[in-house]
Design a binder for this molecule. Sequence first.
Ligand code: ZN
Length: 110
Amino acid sequence: MEERERRIGANEILYRSVNERIEDLNATFGTLTSSMTIVCECGDAACAQQIDLDVSTYERVRSDGALFVIVPGHQIEDVEDVVEEADTYMVVRKDAGGPEELAQAHDPRS
Ligand SMILES: [Zn+2]
């Protein structure tokens, strides 16, 4: 895998783990509602945009270690494919091979 692909993947993994903490904190402080605010899980290290998302949607995405939630338009076409499009978010699947293996190896739910 190229260094660039690895860097993109590492950034997505970092923001995914941030979002897992956000969900934990929501649960800890009893602010569990039907929606939550997460940070964009795209491969751009400079991106810190927020996304409002249903908890059920977040859980559905998180059940697959190859999926990430991003702001629409933040996909990086050569390492991932858009598999779901909504008004406020997109879900991308990491491409098979190196990008997916890296994402799965760091899956916080496995
Ligand atoms: Zn982004």
